[in-house]
Design a protein around this ligand. Structure first.
Ligand SMILES: [Zn+2]
Length: 112
């Protein structure tokens, strides 16, 4: 099984593209920072949690202060669809027509 170059693939896919796939509508936007309902758990239906979900478009990061889950946009796709990171990444590559980038220059395992 080829290892994927996740940092390289993260550069090819924007947070905005992933949010567009989810038809996400934030309740608050300021520059690259969005807030809105949580994409991971239904606690967002509670009015106090209407803005619990923080997204940084430029840094491609999310964090929910209600369920305390966070990560990058690939992690987000994996969490929403209950996929492994690898499966989520391959799925996104396919949707966006990106060739999954294999990891090059892998360090050989260090001798014990
Ligand atoms: Zn949450």
């Amino acid at each position: 099984m080829t290892h994927l170059d996740y940092p390289a693939i993260r550069q090819q896919i924007s947070m905005r593209q992933v949010l567009d796939l989810l038809a996400y509508e934030p309740t608050y936007r300021r520059g690259h920072q969005w807030r809105g309902r949580c994409l991971l758990t239904p606690h967002a239906e509670h009015p106090a949690h209407a803005r619990c979900f923080c997204i940084h478009l430029d840094r491609k990061l999310f964090y929910c202060c209600a369920c305390r889950r966070g990560g990058n946009h690939l992690d987000l796709w994996a969490a929403i669809h209950h996929l492994t990171l690898r499966a989520a990444t391959l799925d996104l590559c396919q949707r966006f027509g990106i060739e999954p980038i294999p990891l090059r220059n892998m360090q050989p395992p260090k001798p014990a």
